[in-house]
Design a protein around this ligand. Structure first.
Ligand SMILES: [Zn+2]
Length: 340
């Protein structure tokens, strides 16, 4: 390509970047905002500049954060980063860019990089929170701002159907629950019911060939209510020859909570419905290990498992320590209420 042609392309890119709606610097707040407030303002600012509601920007960021936390080695975040977004430098600067640390918007565009300047300082910096959020949000927004457009934009950005599903789920949770603290948890069984459980992680199972036990069994009588341990969205509901009647709920930490061997469900719950911690989702039973409806092949219990989404695969981890923690927290809250 001749020098004139390159200059022409650069000039064209220069002009076209002028039409990018820059995010304007925030006015100085009167009192120092806390972390959550700072992040909320960041979502509003970026949302305004790209034309997306802030809860959609928040949902993208939340998804990115959960994956960055699950894969710390390959997705290192900057110290004090407010966003969880990680973009590899080859994607940011462009595969063929001789300078993988390029921060000049014009040359980044020229080499096909996606990095953009959202903060308006003329630099496309992949360690800058606004630039990172702006880069992803504006690319997703290119396909429109409706629900379907948003999903298409996510697909074009991630090329991963799981990522699209997660962000859409998180968006629904944020839209419904807004600013409430969504980190609250509950023990899956009512504390005043008769139950017993111990750590059974990794025990081999007897039915259906050799499988590692990926979860904790909580033994209780038929019909004891099973409650959601977290805020979340119902991702799966139905029969499985191992788990019997089971229900799967995704939370905002991108953890998949799996409740199995139920005797029945809360009839009003459907896939896509939202739950709060403590909401009754079904009842303890002994379903499973056979055709739909099979029950009684083992004592009634709740099998509870947690799986962490790592982007392409999910890994189970031992839920026992969390169960102990939630049980303690609820016991403490009950004692406090009694004292009042
Ligand atoms: Zn089990």
């Amino acid at each position: 390509m001749g020098k004139a042609a390159v200059t022409g392309i650069l000039a064209f890119l220069c002009l076209s970047t002028l039409s990018v709606p820059f995010v304007h610097g925030d006015e100085k707040p009167k009192t120092a905002p806390n972390g959550a407030e700072t992040v909320r303002r960041l979502y509003e600012k970026v949302g305004r500049s790209v034309g997306l509601p802030p809860h959609l920007v928040a949902a993208i960021d939340r998804y990115e954060l959960t994956i960055s936390r699950a894969r710390r080695k390959t997705r290192p975040l900057a110290l004090n980063a407010l966003t969880g977004i990680y973009i590899p430098d080859t994607r940011w600067a462009g595969e063929l860019n001789p300078d993988p640390g390029d921060t000049v918007p014009v040359s980044i565009r020229f080499f096909g990089g996606i990095g953009r300047d959202g903060s308006g300082d003329g630099i496309a910096d992949r360690r800058n929170d606004v630039d990172l959020l702006y880069t992803v949000a504006s690319r997703v927004r290119e396909y429109g701002s409706g629900n379907d457009d948003f999903a298409i934009g996510l697909w074009e950005y991630y090329h991963n159907i799981r990522a699209v599903q997660r962000v859409m789920q998180f968006a629904k949770l944020y839209e419904a629950f807004g600013k409430s603290d969504l980190s609250k948890h509950a023990f899956p069984l009512p504390l005043n019911s008769n139950y017993t459980y111990r750590s059974t992680w990794g025990y081999s199972r007897s039915w259906g060939g050799y499988r590692i036990h990926e979860g904790t069994d909580l033994f209780a009588g038929y019909g004891v209510p099973v409650r959601s341990t977290s805020y979340g969205i119902v991702e799966l509901k139905g029969w499985n020859k191992f788990g019997g009647w089971r229900i799967g709920i995704r939370d905002l930490d991108n953890l998949y909570h799996y409740y199995a061997h139920l005797s029945g469900y809360n009839k009003s719950l459907k896939v896509g419905d939202l739950v709060r911690p403590g909401d009754v989702i079904g009842w303890v039973g002994s379903s499973g290990y056979g055709r739909p409806g099979t029950q009684g092949k083992f004592p009634p219990h709740l099998h509870y498992g947690i799986y962490r989404d790592r982007g392409m695969v999910e890994w189970a981890f031992d839920p026992f320590p969390l169960l102990k923690q939630w049980e303690r927290e609820e016991q403490k809250a009950l004692r406090m209420n009694r004292k009042r």
